[in-house]
Ligand binder design. Structure first.
Ligand SMILES: [Zn+2]
Length: 415
């Protein structure tokens, strides 16, 4: 590395360590920020010489990054931003902290994919899904797909691993028609990770016609855009690879959603030459991801924490939760987004018939939604009150960002 980059990298590590020591989180944002101030090209310098995978999408990227890092770990040491700092400051900090590693698997905020592609020149990019997120901040879904597509057109050599079940992702990963017959189409490997949430992909991003669905198939009624045949699919409790071999996947993470994430991770690792048979056992080493899926026992209740931050991830949380008493907690602080009207986009009917508790700053917004949805519930003011209100056994907790952090903090206090 050039001297300036070496100095910047060293200062970045020190700043992150100081911030950690001061109890201000993991320090990756401040460390990366200072490093990039000293050398604006620091991320590119740190990325050079590593084989890199980027993982992006609205949901599942933290978990998939963890699983992919475990799978690529078959080959050697892997740098990764495991705590969800998924913007260039976080990537810079993660690579500086890891020192020299042959591989890196980085989670990338979908808005920063073009910039991070440019800086890191990855070997492979995994595109998971695109759906509506924080209403007061995020871009329109079709606009995000357009940005991804333009970024991939500028990097025709990157290998793409993409979700065949999401029309927006398929369109972003498919090059626009080229009149230059010498231009190579990008190398795309399709996986099937499912798509529970369809409300952001009824309209074709290519031609504006309606998208129709039947079973797992989807197609545009006005142009050739349709579901490509996936090479990696989930079958029963395992994953089918492109050769047709089936691998049992024993995960510590719940739900079919995470089997899809495992299929994606194996597909990413395969782009580095990792055989699924060698990687699959390593996926079971991932237990909780930044506190998500963590299980804590308290007063005879086995409490499991699920994060749900936008409509699509609420549907995924319903898929993961057992049929057991469930606490929902909703805040609307800055990291959550201030607008809670998205609650009306979610169908809470799957929760009917179980004991349902609600809490959080915006519990009353949730109460109105559940009432309209004809789902019975009980309001509790605190987490402790929720624990007392349910019988011993499983308690599922589904919460959005800061509500999730509040409950984690409360559990840390009592344990
Ligand atoms: Zn179309």
């Amino acid at each position: 590395m050039p001297l300036r980059a070496k100095v910047a990298s060293s200062v970045s590590r020190t700043a992150a360590a100081l911030s950690r020591a001061a109890g201000r989180g993991d320090g990756s944002v401040i460390g990366g920020w200072i490093g990039l101030k000293i050398d604006p090209d620091l991320l590119a310098h740190l990325a050079a010489g590593r084989a890199i995978a980027l993982v992006s999408g609205t949901n599942g990227k933290t978990t998939t990054t963890r699983l992919a890092a475990a799978a690529v770990g078959v080959l050697g040491r892997v740098a990764t931003n495991s705590f969800g700092a998924n913007m260039p400051t976080g990537h810079t900090s993660a690579l500086a902290k890891a020192g020299s590693t042959p591989y890196a698997v980085l989670e990338v905020d979908e808005h920063y994919l073009a910039q991070v592609l440019e800086a890191t020149e990855p070997h492979v990019v995994a595109l998971l899904n695109l759906s509506r997120d924080q209403l007061d901040r995020a871009k329109e879904v079709a606009m995000m797909a357009q940005l991804w597509r333009a970024a991939l057109v500028r990097h025709p050599d990157v290998r793409v691993v993409a979700n065949a079940d999401d029309p927006m992702v398929v369109w972003a990963a498919s090059p626009p028609p080229s009149h230059d017959h010498r231009a190579n189409p990008p190398h795309v490997t399709w996986f099937s990770a499912g798509q529970r949430w369809h409300d952001d992909s009824w309209v074709c991003p290519e031609c504006g016609s309606t998208i129709q669905r039947s079973g797992e198939q989807w197609w545009c009624t006005g142009c050739p855009l349709r579901r490509p045949q996936p090479q990696w699919t989930v079958e029963d409790d395992g994953v089918l690879d492109p050769t047709g071999a089936w691998h049992k996947v024993a995960l510590q993470l719940p739900g079919k959603v995470n089997l899809g994430n495992a299929a994606t991770a194996l597909a990413v690792a395969a782009e580095f030459g990792v055989r699924p048979v060698d990687a699959v056992s390593r996926l079971a080493s991932v237990t909780s991801v930044a506190g998500r899926y963590a299980q804590v026992e308290k007063e005879g209740r086995l409490i499991r924490l699920l994060l749900a931050k936008n409509p699509a991830s609420w549907l995924e949380a319903f898929d993961m939760a057992d049929q057991a008493p469930t606490l929902l907690s909703i805040n609307a602080r800055d990291p959550d987004g201030l607008d809670t009207s998205w609650l009306f986009d979610v169908d809470f009917a799957p929760l009917r018939g179980r004991q349902l508790l609600i809490t959080g700053d915006r519990a009353y917004d949730l109460a109105v939604r559940l009432d309209v949805n004809e789902v019975a519930f009980q309001h509790v003011r605190t987490f402790a009150e929720a624990i007392r209100a349910v019988p011993p056994g499983r308690l599922e907790v589904i919460a959005n960002y800061t509500a999730f952090q509040d409950i984690r903090a409360e559990l840390d206090r009592v344990n």
